[in-house]
Design a binder for this molecule. Sequence first.
Ligand SMILES: [Mn+2]
Length: 372
Amino acid sequence: MVHHDDADGLCSGAIVKAVLERMGLKPKLVCLEKLFPEVVRLLHSGGGKAIFYCDIGSPHADLISRANGGRNLTVILDHHDPRPADDPMVLDLNLEHVGVRGEEEFSGATCCYLFAKAVDEANRSLSYLALVGSCEIPVGYKGINEQVLDEALRDGVVRRVGKKLVITKLGVGVRELFSALQVLGPVGYYSGGPEVGIRAALEGLSGDIKKLVKELEEKRKAVNKRLLARLYKQGLRRSGRIQWFNAGRAYKGMGSKVIGTFCSYLSHVRKLAKPDMFVVGLMEMETAIPGLGELKGRFYKVSVRAPRDLRADIDAGRAPSAVQLLKEATEGFGIAVDGHAYAASCVIPADKVEEFIRRASEASVRGTSATG
Ligand SMILES: [Mn+2]
């Protein structure tokens, strides 16, 4: 079982873990920040396994199919924009395939929940996890998510307390659990956070877990503060329409999502970031995947954010979208390039950093090309 590291990914993992355990199986969980091709090949080596991808996988269903070669039964439960799976043993159950929008109407956890319900109606007790995971969707509970909310309220799995939704069994707010998981997975990625997050999703927030969430948040804040002080002193580096900084190993021990969060914040800081240029942040990644082993080589995580004024130029086609910028700048070596118009991320080999900056700077002034 492979699941993503954010709150939606942890809820997705928790649902499928519970379903498989209720069936008497003993799933082995692997939490991933990004789908490295090397990891996919490793997971699919050998045969006769059942492999689940939760809130991750659809954008790489083609890669997964090639790595699988018909050997393992593979089920993808995801809501990210899918690529075609061309191995009949790879079943992508993403509802995008039937025209439901994964940006608005369902999350990875919703997809996992619908699977759980199809396996056994008794799994309706897990509906709250679809609601927690879906907090990442900015438009509220719409479409299928709204139906899940109605069902959860009717079943008494969640109840309204004032304006809040509370999970009856755990006595925890839906939003509160979401916020804790957003820290446990991404910030605690290299310190056992995902396992704790899965437990929290199924059993609630104990005092110990709350304490861990607070510690992780404080650690991240301290690094953010140091980095900000450095940038106030040195400024961002600029070329073409990109402004960038390299955080190096400042976030050592934390998952690489922290650089994206920092870039989002930075893109609003007028004193540091020009509002009409891409904000690009780089950080060196750890070389190990928890529970799986060492990766071959060293890698950098790259995050791109478009500040306000740049967004108008992107919409008008006067600047490439964030994800298009990354695609062009990392063609030939970019790993897991994904995102949308105003925010995108990927992984690049450490020896490609300079080439990436040069190409991103060139692509940033080109405007919309046909490759998007
Ligand atoms: Mn998701």
